[in-house]
Write a protein that binds this ligand. Structure first.
Ligand SMILES: Cc1cc2nc3c(=O)[nH]c(=O)nc-3n(C[C@H](O)[C@H](O)[C@H](O)COP(=O)(O)OP(=O)(O)OC[C@H]3O[C@@H](n4cnc5c(N)ncnc54)[C@H](O)[C@@H]3O)c2cc1C
Length: 440
């Protein structure tokens, strides 16, 4: 068993941990970054297709940043990374009666009911954004699931399918379990229409978002331990002791726990987490969307197709591969019927959503099965709220918490992760390093 003293130990090298390391390195400090996996970046994860010679690096975790994600933009400038604009949507199709077609309505009644439903959603989204928890009819906007919200709205089926497709990339979890607020919040980025959500997916980082995490860590000068899952964190009045699965222990004056909420289920804290965070960790955030990359022929660039309530519910031909074929992103929910690992299932889904396309290859990362993610992006259970809010996740003793999952703003986005990491670093910087390595 080894024992070393550091000023700060950071657990987790996602954007939150990486940003904390970078920020803390502005003053001389001995920083140790401990990461469970063999790579840096967490839910920022780019690689090439596994079974194919495709040259492009593809993002299997998050990819897009919005126009207001200023910290990411600024760090990219500082560290020499470029931004690539999202491909414009050139063709918009929606599934109807099992066939992709331009959005159309059976008759005037259906169109009217559709317009009423989307106007209601837009109004509710803007009221929630303004901080109201009820609309002018006295209907609750928070504390209900998306399924309950839709049951109240009673939109026509065509409208419901459209909203569900956007639910997958906003709520991104079981419709019974995750808050309708996740959906309304994402609608409110623009006009209040779910359809406009994609407008804020403005840029991706080149070559990849994990390159940004890696550059932050390298520039921080932190010592890095990869492939080192943390199992136990014990703190007392004098120090924090971080124990690895290997039995090794590391000690520091302060620590930043930047694992995200769900992986904390595998870490024993002494003293235990306070009640709010402990509840959030036990229940877990519910993000269970899947993201697929599909390489295909016979699809034009910029085609967006939304689904009809099952399987892949959104597919977007995002860019051309070097060989002239197309690279498409597909999103759906891990539910009973979905088999994103299975090529025959993916082929059938592609044939449904893009009938003339030829599947060349597909690939994905199973974030639910990944023990150091245990889910995709933040999706809060509808009956919890405060437990996930940044206010509940203030420092406990010598430990600060940082993740996109608990960010004060832009939670669920990379930007939230970076700002949460920087806030944790600022808290530590505001504390004198009594007896620390830097002052000895
Ligand atoms: C499929 C998908 C699509 C997304 N799309 C977008 C998008 O387009 N735009 C956007 O802004 N965001 C998107 N997100 C969300 C974004 O990726 C996350 O919010 C962000 O990356 C989280 O950063 P983090 O640092 O908080 O956590 P993470 O990136 O999860 O980092 C946590 C780190 O802690 C490590 N760790 C966990 N447990 C331990 C342990 N016991 N010991 C040591 N280390 C441990 C993990 O390995 C990981 O490296 C998406 C996410 C996914 C999965």
């Amino acid at each position: 068993m080894s024992s070393r003293i550091h000023d700060v130990i950071i657990v987790g090298s996602g954007l939150a941990g990486a940003a904390a390391a970078y920020q803390l390195s502005r003053k001389p400090r001995r920083i140790l970054l401990i990461e469970a996996q063999a790579r840096i970046g967490g839910r920022a994860y780019a690689r090439r297709f596994r079974h194919d010679g495709t040259a492009e690096l593809l993002e299997y975790g998050g990819s897009w940043i919005t126009p207001w994600h200023e910290r990411i933009r600024s760090l990219c400038r500082e560290l020499g990374l470029a931004l690539r604009p999202r491909t414009e949507i050139r063709e918009r199709l929606a599934m109807r009666d099992g066939v992709p077609c331009p959005l159309a309505f059976a008759d005037d009644d259906e169109r009217l009911a559709h317009d009423r439903a989307v106007a209601r959603i837009a109004a509710d989204a803007m009221m929630l954004k303004a901080g109201l928890h009820e609309n002018e009819r006295g209907e609750t906007l928070s504390g209900i699931s998306y399924a309950e919200y839709m049951a109240r709205l009673k939109p026509p089926l065509v409208t419901r399918h459209l909203q569900d497709a956007w639910w997958i990339v906003s709520g991104g979890g079981s419709m019974d379990e995750v808050s309708a607020g996740e959906f309304l919040h994402s609608c409110s980025y623009e006009s209040g229409l779910a359809e406009d959500m994609i407008k804020v997916w403005a840029h991706t980082v080149e070559p990849s978002m994990d390159a940004l995490a890696a550059r932050l860590v390298a520039a921080s000068g932190a010592s890095v331990l990869l492939s080192s899952p943390v199992t136990r964190i014990v703190q007392d009045d004098a120090q924090v002791c971080v124990a690895l699965a290997s039995g090794e222990e590391h000690r520091s004056t302060h620590a930043v726990v930047a694992t995200g909420i769900n992986p904390m289920q595998a870490i024993a804290f002494t003293p235990p987490l306070t009640i709010g965070p402990a509840t959030a960790v036990t229940r877990g955030q519910k993000g269970r969307a899947f993201k697929l990359w599909i390489k295909a022929r016979g699809v034009p660039l910029g085609r967006l197709v939304t689904g009809d309530g099952t399987g892949v519910q959104m597919i977007f031909s995002e860019r051309a591969a070097d060989d002239g074929s197309m690279l498409l992103i597909g999103f759906g929910l891990h539910d009973e019927g979905a088999r994103p690992a299975d090529e025959s299932w993916v082929r059938a889904e592609l044939a449904r959503l893009c009938p003339n396309a030829e599947l060349l290859a597909h690939d994905w990362h199973d974030w639910l099965a990944d023990p150091y993610a245990r889910g995709t992006w933040l999706s809060t259970p509808y009956d919890l709220g405060a437990e996930f809010a940044s206010g509940s996740w203030g420092p406990q003793g010598r430990i600060a918490f940082a993740s996109s999952d608990i960010a004060a703003e832009n939670a669920g986005w990379f930007e939230g992760a970076v700002c949460a990491g920087e806030a944790a670093a600022a808290w530590i910087a505001s504390h004198p390093l009594r007896g620390s390595a830097a002052t000895r």
